[in-house]
Design a protein around this ligand. Structure first.
Ligand code: TTP
Ligand code: MG
Length: 356
């Protein structure tokens, strides 16, 4: 590839992944509104098919709310083993094209195909075709010179479609693009920008980098670059999450162990949700609880486990709590550490780099 030619990045995202697999397994459900998860009423939907989305049902919505929006909604239990197996088949297909694969979750990955001669759009087409043939599922793809644009593009012609943003069409695409679509811009940043009259990437380009940095800190500089379509992040096959955790700092310190037990419940349910959403393909090796005491000293209690075991967290909480010897607690955290998913022959130095 000549040094200056644009990179060819593909972002592949399966369509309503868990729901699509369940419907493939039970063809009688095709065309009906179907969700996965949320069945107990208090739980949340992991996802739902497009029929259910027409009623307003969404991922992470409590089951009772989804049922209210769509009384005929069919809610199915979650079967992670099945989704993991499908995910493995899809990753196998990616490896037939490139080794530069960076999975983001069970159903999403970036691929760098810059080194291949074929057009990126043709490769994306072929990948989606093979996915359909071997799994019976549909995928959408985004093709662009960088990760930021490829990810936005995969959403553009969803489901079962693909969209390419070439370098010469980048500005046409970006100028009217709402700032909410920028990677890292959440609800709060979007509100802040809207309040300043900034609705689109085009509006954002009016701002100097120094001003953006003054208003948004380090993120300001990334906003400056992303609204111009500049994103140099590499597709990184070695990137590997080593742990996942969730923590909460309280407005008032906690005095009683009993209250700590109550508080950890919510932290754990969010941890479980996060795990299911981001890394349910990863094998857990250890659970831990972290406490920060009134004097800002922290302690961590941990134990080997293969799952997010609520009873184990209760024990770990007590163990850590007693180390405080009467001190009150200002923060509780709970998390899991993972078994490395990397092949033994991969370069251990690379792993260290991303762990720091
Ligand atoms: P997504 O790709 O966000 O959603 P999706 O594949 O269901 O739908 P889309 O067609 O819009 O891509 O997430 C992939 C899977 O991850 C999804 O099928 C279920 C799971 N998931 C959760 O468990 N919780 C969540 O909050 C989200 C967003 C996804
Ligand atoms: Mg998806």
């Amino acid at each position: 590839m000549p040094a200056n030619s644009p990179r060819k990045i593909i972002h592949v995202d399966m369509d309503c992944f868990y729901a699509a697999i369940e419907i493939r397994e039970r063809p009688e459900l095709a065309g009906k509104p179907v969700a996965v998860g949320g069945g107990s009423g208090r739980g949340v939907l992991t996802t739902c098919n497009y029929e259910a989305r027409r009623f307003g049902c969404r991922s992470a919505m409590p089951g009772f709310k989804a049922r209210r929006l769509c009384p005929d909604l069919i809610m199915l239990p979650v079967r992670f083993d099945l989704y993991r197996a499908e995910s493995a088949k899809i990753r196998e297909i990616f490896t037939e094209f490139t080794e530069l694969i960076e999975p983001l979750s069970l159903d999403e990955a970036y691929l760098d195909v810059s080194h291949l001669h074929s057009k990126a759009a043709a490769i994306a087409w072929e990948i989606r075709e093979r996915i359909r043939e071997r799994t019976g599922l549909t995928a959408s793809a985004g093709i662009a010179p960088n990760k930021f644009l490829a990810k936005i593009a995969s959403d553009w012609d969803k489901p079962d479609g693909q969209y390419e943003i070439t370098e010469d069409r980048m500005d046409d695409f970006l100028i009217p693009l709402p700032v909410e679509k920028i990677w890292g811009v959440g609800k709060r940043t979007a509100e802040k920008l809207h309040a300043q009259g900034v609705k689109t990437c085009g509006d954002l380009r009016e701002w100097k980098e120094s001003l953006l940095m003054a208003r948004f800190g380090k993120m300001g500089s990334s906003l400056f670059r992303l609204c111009r379509g500049i994103d140099d992040r590499e597709v990184n096959p070695d990137r590997e999450r080593k742990s996942l955790s969730n923590e909460n700092t309280f407005r008032e310190n906690i005095f009683e162990l009993e209250e700590a037990h109550e508080r950890i419940g919510k932290i754990l349910s969010e941890l479980i949700e996060d795990y299911q959403e981001k890394c349910s393909d990863r094998e857990i090796r250890e659970c831990f609880v972290k406490l920060k005491f009134e004097d800002f000293q922290t302690t961590t209690a941990q134990k080997a486990s293969h799952r997010i075991d609520v009873d184990l967290y209760a024990d770990l909480l007590e163990e850590a709590w007693h180390r405080g010897q009467g001190r009150t607690v200002r923060l509780i955290g709970a998390g899991v550490r993972f078994v490395s998913a990397k092949k033994p022959d991969s370069d251990p130095n690379q792993l260290e780099m991303f762990d720091s």
